[in-house]
Write a protein that binds this ligand. Structure first.
Ligand code: HEC
Ligand code: HEC
Ligand code: HEC
Ligand code: HEC
Length: 125
């Protein structure tokens, strides 16, 4: 193999290692970010079936706080924002689009209380 193709391979390998390193840093930052408190009241949601939110009552994932469990397991913590925004915010958006009173959609602090945080130690399973 020529010296030129060898150095090309070295450059590509270096770039791949850099990308993998950046991804690992990003994942670590997401998983280790503290959990922020969420505003939620069952009274606003009496019309919604329990099972819409409490999948864990039926699928044996376990009885625990939603957010804590989702935050504690790294593979769930990576998607916590997407999963909960899809559940909570998308429903509010649908209800609002249909012209009814809904929960917050764009106001972040309608749901998030950034002043109250809890560090969750990740647990691998
Ligand atoms: C719109 C979503 C939603 C609906 C509908 C809902 N809950 Fe919840 N529930 C939550 C959230 C969010 C929490 C807070 C969990 C936390 O603090 O991490 C919670 C907490 C709880 C808890 C205390 C924690 C636990 O898991 O043991 C109980 C008990 C509970 N809900 C029962 C019910 C029952 C029974 C119904 C149906 C009558 C219901 N919920 C409907 C979202 C919902
Ligand atoms: C003890 C752990 C645990 C608890 C408690 C828990 N979950 Fe989950 N949740 C999981 C696991 C594990 C998955 C992934 C399930 C799968 O991929 O089939 C999941 C998946 C989800 C998803 C994504 C579903 C999808 O379409 O992929 C949402 C949204 C969710 N949970 C919301 C909640 C809410 C809201 C609560 C509380 C009312 C809750 N979870 C309580 C472990 C938990
Ligand atoms: C299936 C639909 C649905 C889901 C899922 C849902 N909500 Fe709601 N939420 C509503 C509706 C409808 C209202 C308005 C109730 C009213 O005003 O009578 C509401 C109201 C609220 C309010 C009160 C806003 C205010 O101004 O008082 C908050 C906060 C809220 N939701 C947070 C959440 C969070 C957090 C989740 C996810 C854990 C969630 N909601 C999941 C439908 C939903
Ligand atoms: C309808 C309620 C709702 C609204 C509105 C909302 N969020 Fe969330 N968000 C949640 C829930 C529930 C979670 C998962 C529980 C948690 O992280 O405490 C979450 C998770 C997150 C996370 C991940 C936190 C972590 O612990 O890893 C970020 C970041 C975030 N939201 C940012 C935002 C921003 C920025 C906005 C406004 C543009 C916003 N959210 C609006 C409900 C909401």
């Amino acid at each position: 193999m020529s010296r030129r193709s060898l150095s090309l391979i070295a450059v590509v390998a270096g770039l791949l290692a850099l990308v993998a390193g950046i991804r690992a840093l990003r994942e670590h930052a997401i998983v280790s970010a503290p959990l922020t408190a969420i505003v939620f009241d069952h009274q606003d949601h009496f019309a919604v079936k329990c099972a819409t939110c409490h999948h864990n009552f039926f699928d044996d994932t376990g009885r625990d706080s939603c957010y804590f469990c989702h935050k504690q397991r790294p593979e769930l913590a990576l998607n916590v924002q997407r999963d909960f925004h899809t559940l909570c915010r998308d429903c509010h958006a649908q209800v609002a689009n249909a012209g009814y009173d809904s929960g917050p959609v764009r106001r972040c602090d309608g749901c998030h209380d950034w002043s109250v945080t809890q560090q969750v130690v990740p647990v691998e399973r």
